[in-house]
Every structure is written in C-alpha cells, then in structure tokens.
Ligand binder design. Structure first.
Ligand SMILES: [Zn+2]
Length: 129
C-alpha cells in the first residue's frame, strides 16, 4: 500500500458494514428460503407444519417432531444446490427422525448430489461462525 492509499484510509475510518449487510441478508433469507422449502416439500410429498428462519450458530437447519423446520439464514450465502440439499435433508427427517441407513437412502433418492453438498458444507463450515 502506498502513502496516498494510507491517507485515504485515515480520512475515512472504516465503517463496520457487517451488521447492515447481515440484516439485509437475513431479510433476503426470510423472504426466499421458506417458499423454496415448501416448493421442495410439495414435490417430495412431505408435509411441514411451520418453517422458520433462524440464527443458529452450529447447524444449518433442524426438524422437530411436530414438523417445524428451521433454516439458518446463512444458507442464503451458499450455492443453490447446497441450500436445496439442506431443505431436502430436513424434509427427509419428516420420514425418519434419525440418520439411519434408511434415512440416507431417502436423501439419496430425493437429492442425488447430496454427497457433493455435504463436502461443500464441510469445507465452508466457517460460514456458520
Ligand atoms: Zn439431519
């Protein structure tokens, strides 16, 4: 960085854009994720009671026994196929509330690219923090 660049930075102390950007992304997530989940639910013939978009720190999504699916707003920052995979992953828990071999069979049938999506999530786990 040369001297001219430094003086520009000193005259404009960095504003922290992160809160505003996150708010915007959350809004986008709340608008876009639930309809997509419901679309996938309909095509897979799975019923859902409720969809919520939340700020989880350790998971991308969850599914309760009563049929509420929660999605992490950060999914809005992942590729489309990864977002879809998480939706399908949670939807398949409506069939099996576990990660048994039978569960993964449902996932593989509903979403053939699931392994690729899992790899992406592992490699980009830092997005959750
Ligand atoms: Zn799961």
């Amino acid at each position: 960085m040369n001297v001219a660049d430094q003086s520009v930075l000193l005259r404009h102390p960095t504003t922290n854009l992160r809160p505003a950007v996150e708010r915007h992304l959350w809004q986008l997530a709340a608008t876009e994720l639930p309809p997509r989940l419901l679309e996938l639910a309909a095509s897979l013939h799975v019923t859902v009671q409720r969809v919520s978009v939340r700020n989880q720190r350790s998971r991308w999504g969850s599914c309760s026994r009563s049929g509420t699916i929660s999605l992490n707003w950060r999914l809005i920052q992942t590729p489309d196929y990864v977002r879809d995979y998480i939706c399908v992953h949670e939807l398949m828990h409506r069939r099996e509330m576990n990660h048994s071999a039978r569960y993964w069979q449902h996932v593989a049938e509903a979403f053939p690219r699931w392994e690729e999506a899992e790899r992406w999530l592992k490699a980009n786990n830092g997005l959750l923090r």
